[in-house]
Design a protein around this ligand. Structure first.
Ligand SMILES: *[C@@H]1O[C@H](CO)[C@@H](O)[C@H](O)[C@H]1NC(C)=O
Ligand SMILES: *[C@@H]1O[C@H](CO)[C@@H](O)[C@H](O)[C@H]1NC(C)=O
Ligand SMILES: *[C@@H]1O[C@H](CO)[C@@H](O)[C@H](O)[C@H]1NC(C)=O
Length: 704
């Protein structure tokens, strides 16, 4: 699952980031001086990081062929989570990891999933007589091989009502309708896809009084399946703990009742369904009422006189089958040589709505290539300094369930031992490199992108084309909850990365997401896959083998400063941001000190001084600093989300994608303006400044 339009920072974050050049020069010199091989009895960690980087890259020739081969195997059949097809994909991945020589294991969970049982749609005259039965199938899947289009966790329900067309279903679209004098109350709302998270579109329509929502697919005949779950990721029946155990052994774990308020809040209150563009046209053609604003016609096959409501009636009914079903996460592990209790975690999901050539197996095939290379490296004598864990998640499409249950089950160990989480979902959906990180990983990302050949421009690196395409480096942040980094970052506070080639894949979650599309359009030579494999793999190798963790908190402090400037536009002048400014200044100093300390320790290590424990202590501080953004009791009203800086804002349309607690307080204050709301925002500003101060304190590691 990737967003249709991934949200970039709402401020200009194209800020060139300078690498500490001195560090690069030192590392290079040291490498040249101490170029140990892996077989030497006491390898220098600096040189071992450098040589594992070259070894990893030396395994690139013909990797594109094996990636393409694996992608074909993975996409032969549909394999939706909780269905029989899913089990064979799990064994395929498991056998590939084993073949590479990795230690493997798997973990089963039994969450509540949601499948379509029955649905119907018809169009009637105002007097009730039938005009036509409308198709709810997907034109791009004529043989009906795939699960019929549906929205996971849409409740069962029916509506016989006039339809209203609401463009993309954003708040501004409902306001436009209001200006046109159109009320959607008790109507079936028809929108086209593209208005942000579909669960948000449905919830908004319900707030405006709609009885049901139909979301139209694109003119290419694809119909976009997807989840409409609300309020965060993971199994709705086990919020905050793992849904361990099998389907039959119901006594294994506490499960909330489906009727419990906490569970009911996770589902929309009205039914919804994705429909084909031709089906939407059948309805639109019959609508009267005020004429459509011209820009609302974009992407529609046909329209009628107006936006509605009616005069025709739509008869829609949907029956959901909700059931606890078994899912399976699969793992490959390489135990660290010196610090086996420090984890570099790579993850990709394995379940797909359809064939999943883009989503997720462009990522899975890349993931398996990394496993293959690690296998070869192990045979040549390499063992990483820290443990590398490769995770293949299930049931991501229902709401990041496989990864969330695993994070929840392992939360305490992850808090104390996880260095970073590196996610790839759709590795390739078109042209152009995109990456999102927590800011301490920026420099490492830039450094690595300079080592990888651009897949589309001969003689250039990924870095070169990335800079020229965006006029500087533009790194997204992760205040969205649309892939498996959610549990790791928003719940557990683990530094995270997410990346992909291309944007806005038209066949997203449709029958068009097939190997054929990838081979003819997405990545005919599989060079973009190769680039992601290299960047992702080098990230793992550097984090696993670098003596001092390549985390840069100066970059974090600079990013925070930009946020504070951007925040000013959203606040009234009476609110002082001084506490945050002061905390950031302190963080800058702490980050500088940590950097200097790292350089000194590297030199001592090279000159033979035993600095092992001091290195470990510095690395622990670097690893743990991100956790200080966590607020133990979670955000107001959304306890599962604990990251103050990068949890997704409560309002799906929020313009702020950082300082989530402040963003939420601002959205709430828009509804009721007053002194109390200002005090609430002021309190959140203090919370953020205390969190930033804690980051600095953890980096320093001194008890005051
Ligand atoms: C219902 O209305 C339609 C269109 O106005 C008309 O063609 C049809 O004859 C009517 N049917 C009945 C049963 O009144
Ligand atoms: C609406 O459709 C359902 C299911 O096909 C059908 O049972 C019902 O009679 C229809 N209602 C009306 C008013 O046409
Ligand atoms: C892999 O790349 C090579 C070199 O560009 C190309 O000749 C080959 O066709 C590619 N293989 C596949 C399967 O796309």
């Amino acid at each position: 699952m990737r967003p249709i339009s991934p949200r970039k920072l709402s401020i200009n974050n194209s800020r060139p980031i300078l690498l500490p050049f001195s560090l690069l020069v030192t590392s290079f010199l040291l490498y040249t001086l101490f170029n140990h091989t892996f077989t030497s009895s006491k390898p220098s960690s600096l040189s071992s990081a450098t040589s594992s980087v070259s070894l990893f890259l030396s395994l690139s020739p013909s990797a594109n062929a094996s990636i393409s081969h694996d992608l074909r195997s993975l996409t032969l059949r549909p394999h939706l989570a909780g269905t029989p097809g899913a089990a064979s994909t799990a064994s395929f991945v498991l056998s590939r990891l084993r073949k590479a020589g990795l230690e493997t294991f798997s973990r089963r969970y039994s969450p509540l999933l949601s499948f379509p049982s029955h649905s119907s749609l018809s169009l009637h005259h105002a007097n009730g007589s039938l005009i036509a039965a409308l198709s709810l199938s997907e034109p791009a899947d004529p043989d009906r091989i795939l699960v019929p289009p549906y929205h996971a966790y849409s409740p069962s329900g029916k509506a016989v009502a006039p339809a209203v067309y609401a463009n993309l279903g954003r708040e501004e679209d409902f306001q436009t309708l209001e200006r046109l004098g159109v009320r959607v109350n008790d109507c079936v709302v028809l929108v086209r896809k593209g208005g942000g998270y579909r669960g948000g579109v449905v919830a908004r329509a319900a707030e405006h009084g709609a009885k049901a929502v139909l979301i139209s697919g694109g003119p290419d005949g694809g119909v976009e399946r997807g989840t409409v779950i609300l309020g965060g990721p993971g199994d709705p029946l086990t919020p905050g703990w793992g849904a361990i155990g099998s389907v039959t052994g119901s006594g294994d774990v506490e499960r909330l009742q489906v009727a419990a308020e906490e569970v009911r809040r996770r589902f929309p209150t009205i039914p919804s369904m994705p429909v084909a563009a031709v089906t939407a046209a059948d309805i639109l053609r019959t609508l009267g009422g005020p004429p459509l604003p011209p820009e609302w016609k974009e992407g529609l096959l046909e329209t009628g006189a107006g936006v509605g409501p009616g005069p025709t009636l739509v008869n829609f009914s949907y029956t959901e089958e909700r059931k606890v079903a078994e899912i399976q996460d699969v793992f490959g592990m390489i135990r660290g040589r010196e610090e086996p209790d420090r984890y570099i975690i790579l993850g990709n999901h394995r379940d797909a709505w359809t064939y999943g050539a883009v989503d997720p197996h462009s990522g899975t095939a890349t993931f398996l290539d990394i496993a293959r290379r690690f296998g070869v490296m192990l045979q040549s004598g390499w063992r990483p300094r820290r443990t590398i864990l490769l995770c293949s998640w299930d049931a991501e499409e229902f709401g990041m369930i496989g990864s969330t249950e695993w994070v929840e089950e392992n939360l305490d160990n992850l808090h104390s031992k996880a260095v970073a989480y590196l996610n790839v979902d759709c590795a390739v959906q078109g042209v152009g490199f995109n990456a999102a990180t927590t800011p301490q990983l920026d420099k490492l990302l830039i450094d690595i992108s300079k080592k990888v050949n651009d897949p589309d421009v001969e003689g250039k690196t990924v870095y070169d084309t990335w800079v020229s395409a965006t006029g500087g480096i533009s790194i997204e942040r992760l205040a969205r909850a649309d892939s498996d980094f959610t549990g790791f970052l928003h719940h557990a506070g683990i530094p995270s990365l997410d990346m992909y080639y291309g944007n806005e894949f038209a066949g997203y979650h449709t029958a068009l997401d097939s190997f054929g599309w990838m081979q003819t359009k997405g990545d005919p030579l599989f060079h973009r896959h190769l680039a992601i494999a290299e960047i992702w793999g080098l990230f793992a190798v550097r984090l696993a083998d670098d003596l001092i963790l390549p985390f840069d908190y100066q970059s974090y402090a600079s990013q925070l400063e930009e946020y504070v400037h951007a925040l000013c536009d959203f606040l009234d002048e009476k609110l002082s941001l001084e506490p945050i400014h002061a905390a950031i200044k302190d963080l800058h100093d702490a980050a500088n000190d940590a950097f200097t300390e790292g350089q000194k320790l590297e030199l001592q290590h090279i000159s033979g001084t035993d600095a092992g424990l001091r290195i470990r202590a510095l690395n622990d501080r670097l690893m743990l600093a991100e956790r200080s953004f966590l607020q133990e009791e979670g955000l107001d009203g959304r306890h599962w989300f604990k990251h103050l800086l990068y949890s997704p804002p409560e309002d799906y349309e929020s313009k702020l994608s950082f300082f989530t607690n402040i963003a939420d307080a601002i959205s709430r204050s828009k509804r009721f303006k007053g002194r109390e709301e200002r005090l609430a925002i002021r309190h959140q500003i203090w919370l953020v400044s205390r969190a930033i101060t804690k980051v600095g304190q953890v980096l320093r590691g001194k008890i005051l």
